[in-house]
Design a protein around this ligand. Structure first.
Ligand SMILES: *Cc1c(COP(=O)(O)O)cnc(C)c1O
Length: 316
């Protein structure tokens, strides 16, 4: 029994983890005596940042168990998941391949340069080919071309990724906080949070994408875990600022001001939008009086450099 427990804890440490901290957040307006704290999972690893650490953890383990030597995944040219996979693969002793959407542009942007520096083999596919990323036919074509690999889907979401994301929360956190709030991309992280919270805390996702398909997506993932009975959650589509990777001056000003006020950097794709949403919800009394809110800092800070280069320096 003891040996077994040791083996598990050893195996789950294929990649290092620093413990997250909890930081209090200053509120601009607070008419409802709400407290907002931030769970800093952006600090769990220097490169496998935030929620991607949790989502990759059991995938790495499974890949090792199945005797794989190579991880393959998909992403856009500025993807946090691409960086996280490249770094995790390097640390855990895998080769890695990134299938990147669109044409190669040289010089490489900071994200792809770092991924390549960490040993990731980059392959570019056209946008139309990229749309085939989930088809088994396309995957086997890739296997034919590139050799055998462990496939991690775009964004890193699959069932065992969700199992990892459940571990972002602890029983203590669920007891203490009335609300848990996270940014949403594929919905994998949010599903993990909902699954772990089990209706004790209310879980709110702030979507970075335009459109309201994410509620159905999360429902689908919950059903795959036999947890469709959990209903104390929602996805807000109010704070996408024009859609994925879109931004406004107001969002950038908010991110810069948040850094001055709290000393915490936010990224413009996910966590900036989430925090903006939380501040707006506090101001509009969307959280009940005297409640405690836990905002998850899911990371993504690697993207700031590339963002600033693309748009001229905007985020400090
Ligand atoms: C990928 C990512 C998300 C979205 O996570 P999903 O599990 O895909 O919903 C949120 N925040 C950051 C910083 C991310 O990199």
């Amino acid at each position: 029994m003891r040996l077994c427990a040791f083996a598990v804890s050893f195996a789950t440490m294929l990649i290092q983890q620093q413990l997250p901290t909890i930081d209090p957040i200053k509120l601009e307006v607070n008419t409802n005596s709400v407290i907002v704290d931030m769970l800093r999972i952006d600090k769990v690893h220097s490169q496998v940042s935030g929620n991607k650490w949790y989502k990759l953890k059991y995938n790495l383990l499974k890949a090792k168990e199945e005797g794989h030597h190579t991880l393959l995944t998909f992403g856009g040219a500025f993807s946090n998941h691409i960086i996280a996979t490249a770094a995790a693969a390097k640390e855990a002793g895998f080769k890695s391949i990134g299938i990147i959407r669109g044409e190669e542009t040289l010089p490489l942007n900071p994200t792809l340069r770092l991924a390549s520096f960490m040993g990731m083999d980059l392959h570019y596919v056209s946008r139309s080919e990229y749309r085939e990323k989930t088809s088994t036919e396309f995957i086997s074509t890739l296997e034919h071309k590139l050799g055998y690999f462990y496939h991690i889907p775009e964004g890193g979401t699959n069932q065992i990724a969700i199992r990892g994301a459940e571990e972002i929360l602890t029983d203590k956190l669920i007891k203490k906080y009335n609300y848990i709030v996270s940014a949403v991309g594929t919905g994998g992280t949010l599903t993990g949070l909902i699954s772990k919270a089990e209706g004790q805390s209310e879980v709110i996702g702030i979507s970075s994408l335009k459109g309201d398909f994410l509620t159905d997506e999360v429902k689908k993932w919950l059903a795959s875990l036999q947890k469709e009975h959990l209903t104390k959650w929602s996805v807000s589509g109010k704070y996408h600022f024009g859609g994925y990777a879109k931004h406004t001056r107001e969002l950038i000003a908010f991110i810069n001001n948040f850094k001055i006020e709290n000393g915490i950097s936010l990224d413009p794709i996910y966590t900036g939008k989430m925090m903006y949403g939380i501040m707006d919800m506090v101001a509009n009394r969307k959280f009940t009086e005297n409640s405690k809110v836990l905002a998850i800092h899911t990371g993504g800070l690697q993207g700031i450099e590339g963002f600033n280069r693309r748009f001229g320096k905007l985020i400090y």
